[in-house]
Design a protein around this ligand. Structure first.
Ligand code: NAP
Length: 227
């Protein structure tokens, strides 16, 4: 069975995930940071696209001691499995996500990825090959399901999220909207691929929850799957 997929992003009031230079910015505060940490701790895996690894070099670990202990008490690793979607095996071997703290890592590549780089990665992570030129996200989710991963939190960025939304693989979306305008037509947004053209193709959402957190607003959406 395919995993349940939850997207979480923080965006500015004008819908930008970072600056036009793709520089990471602080959009939310401590309260929202803790919410995201709990969401991550409640997931089997946390996933990002290679663009986010190259731009932000995140570690994707659970930060709060309490959340880590809860996971250990549940009999699972301290950190969820860290998954990087990287068709061409571009991940730098010294990326934080591959080294910081113990835990399992999965790198998903396409058949086009350089064999030598894939071999190198196998010493640092489990490698899944899915798709010809680009990672086939449906095949990837099927593989993750077979590995027992039931709940995946996607931390971005906009290109990967767009691919997942277009393939109707997302079940829930959390958007934290922060109190600033970042601007820039080239700054990343929640879904940065080609976009849908016809209204019938739009990814429709049902609002489950909306509440103020510090100086921003958290929206929790359910994705209405296509028939
Ligand atoms: P991204 O979404 O993290 O990664 C995109 C890359 O994933 C693609 O370029 C592609 O590279 C790979 N990919 C492989 N298969 C794919 C598929 N089927 N569909 C889509 N992508 C696929 O990168 P991004 O859009 O450049 O986002 C990075 C920016 O977002 C940074 O500025 C970062 O700071 C920001 N960000 C913000 C938040 C937030 O919550 N505010 C969260 C995360 C990131 P290959 O073709 O090489 O595989």
């Amino acid at each position: 069975m395919r995993p349940h997929v939850i997207v979480n992003v923080a965006m500015s009031a004008d819908g930008k995930l970072s600056t036009r230079e793709r520089r990471q910015v602080k959009i939310s505060g401590v309260q929202d940071f803790n919410r995201v940490d709990r969401l991550k701790a409640g997931s089997d895996a946390v996933m990002v696209g290679i663009g986010t690894v190259l731009a932000d070099d995140p570690s994707l670990t659970v930060k709060a001691e309490e959340c880590r202990l809860n996971r250990l008490n549940r009999g699972v690793d301290m950190h969820p499995v860290r998954i990087i979607v990287d068709s061409n095996a571009r991940i730098p071997p010294d990326a934080k996500v591959l080294h910081k703290e113990p835990g399992k890592r999965i790198i998903v590549v396409s058949k086009k990825a350089d064999c030598a780089k894939v071999a190198e990665m196998k010493s640092l992570a489990t490698v899944i090959i899915a798709g010809e030129d680009r990672v086939d996200l449906v095949q990837m989710m099927d593989e993750l399901g077979k590995m027992g991963i039931q709940r995946v939190m996607v931390e971005g960025g906009g290109t990967l999220i767009d691919g997942l939304v277009a393939a109707d693989l997302v079940d829930e979306i959390y958007t934290f909207i922060g109190n600033m305008v970042i601007g820039g037509k080239d700054a990343p947004t929640l879904a940065d691929g080609e976009g849908f053209i016809r209204e019938a193709e739009f990814c429709k959402l049902t609002l489950l929850e909306a509440h103020k957190i510090e100086q921003g607003m958290l929206l929790h959406w359910n994705v209405d799957h296509k028939p």
